[in-house]
Write a protein of this length. Structure first.
Length: 263
């Protein structure tokens, strides 16, 4: 881990110079931002978890692929076992918002989806396969306008996916935090190889105004090393007067990908 920390720290001087120059490696002129849907399944029992897993793996994800949704990420919080309200996150992306608006209608036209998903779709009213479902819709940041698949070599069972939500005290200050990402913070994550999957402004959700992003690591030690290296270059940016008081609440959820997740 010491070798990794030294490697990450050695890049800080170069990174600070890049921040002064400006520009993001992800931005292409005229590229339209993608949209993300983060579907959250709430459940309580092992039987519900099994039903959701089978539905997602055998019916939902294959049907989404057939509809043109290429990369579907599925991950669960590491603390699920300790919580009464347990969660499964399903992340998908589209280049047009209307694809999500039409999804519930289009997926029901898929006969394989109906057949494979029958145990879940036809569950009795007194044995529902979940407690509730919520959907969070996001628009990608201009600084990284599309989903990026993490480049990891470790086994999925060892990986740590870090989902963060930054709530803003006002809409203006939340937009200011997004500007901070677009004008340097994304570059810090990129140059330190945080394997960010997305950065998104929440356009429909329960804790607005807020933004969300997902970074990925080989394992927990790798995560700790990356955040240790993140501090110095971020501090220089965080102390700038134009970026003060733009986050009122930070919700951090450490997750692991499921075996059937696309990444």
């Amino acid at each position: 881990m010491k070798k990794l920390i030294n490697h990450l720290t050695a890049r800080i001087g170069i990174l600070l110079l890049m921040l002064l120059i400006g520009g993001s490696p992800f931005v292409q002129a005229g590229q339209k931002p993608s949209y993300f849907q983060l579907k959250v399944y709430h459940f309580q029992t092992p039987n519900q978890e099994k039903a959701i897993d089978q539905f997602l793996a055998q019916a939902y994800i294959p049907a989404m692929h057939r509809l043109g949704f290429k990369q579907i990420g599925v991950f669960k919080p590491l603390d699920n076992k300790k919580e009464s309200d347990k969660l499964i996150y399903v992340l998908s992306t589209a280049n047009e918002l209307k694809k999500f608006a039409n999804l519930d209608v289009e997926i029901l036209k898929d006969a394989q989806y109906i057949e494979k998903g029958k145990p879940y779709l036809d569950a009795p009213h007194n044995e529902p396969p979940f407690s509730r479902i919520e959907s969070i819709l996001m628009k990608a940041f201009q600084g990284m306008p599309d989903l990026s698949i993490p480049k990891l070599s470790s086994d999925k069972s060892l990986r740590v996916y870090e989902l963060r939500s930054y709530e803003g005290p006002t809409e203006k200050l939340s937009a200011n935090k997004i500007s901070m990402f677009n004008n340097g913070e994304i570059d810090i994550f990129s140059n330190l190889n945080f394997n960010a999957v997305f950065y998104g402004q929440v356009i429909a959700g329960s804790t607005m105004p807020n933004l969300m992003y997902l970074t990925c690591f080989e394992n927990m030690a790798d995560r700790e090393a990356h955040w240790k290296a993140f501090g110095p270059p971020y501090k220089a940016m965080d102390e700038l007067p134009q970026y003060q008081n733009n986050v009122s609440k930070n919700v951090t959820i450490l997750c692991a990908p499921t075996s059937y997740s696309d990444f």
